[in-house]
Design a protein around this ligand. Structure first.
Ligand code: AMP
Length: 178
């Protein structure tokens, strides 16, 4: 019997030098062709998040939406979209963060999360942690608590988990790449 992380590892495809030289791109499109594994990921993630008494699930566009909404439905919790700049129609909080080249801005509706809620951040891959950190700022601006983050895979050598754990956000990931 394969463990869940072995199944995920065998279904994720690594594309060398995409989108640029030196990056080992973790392609989850092949993982999503396997509904049996996706179901297990949803169940395992929901179970793990239950222990943190999470009240809201926040997914980061775009790939954080794929599992985030499914986990939220399974846990019967509200799902909040954290989107790239310019996509959300109502009033938003904005956070800008540095990428390797340039910067990016993400947004969240100001009325999406009730003050004082315990929030989980969901994305597909944890790399440097910059995106999840920016998401946590939006959640704090709303007066809520980003307490845990959950990823399919973590690029452990980039130390993103430390960045998040240093500000009190636990990191859960099903596969770690060293
Ligand atoms: P981060 O550096 O943690 O802010 O990662 C930024 C975003 O890029 C995350 O939403 C990841 O989904 C994505 N990402 C970063 N590195 C990779 C990679 N090697 N393979 C696939 N996705 C990646």
């Amino acid at each position: 019997m394969m463990t869940l992380s072995e199944k995920i590892n065998s279904a994720i495809r690594t594309i060398p030098n995409f989108p640029k030289e030196g990056i080992q791109y973790k392609d989850i499109s092949t993982l999503f062709l396997r509904p049996d594994i996706i179901q297990e990921i949803i169940d395992a993630s929901a179970n793990a998040l239950k222990e943190h008494r999470v009240e809201v699930i926040a997914g980061i566009e775009s790939r954080g939406f794929l599992l985030g909404a499914a986990i939220a439905a399974k846990m019967q919790l509200p799902f909040v979209m954290i989107r790239k700049a310019g996509k959300l129609p109502a009033e938003t909080y904005k956070a800008t963060y540095d990428l390797e080249y340039g910067s990016a801005t993400i947004e969240m509706h100001i009325d999406a999360i009730r003050q004082g809620s315990r929030v989980a951040i969901i994305d597909d891959v944890l790399a440097t942690g910059g995106t999840a950190l920016a998401a946590s700022e939006l959640i704090k601006r709303a007066g809520a608590y980003p307490i845990v983050s959950s990823f399919i895979a973590e690029l452990a050598f980039l130390n993103g988990a430390k960045k998040l754990e240093d500000i009190g956000i636990q990191c859960l990931s099903l596969v770690k790449y060293q």
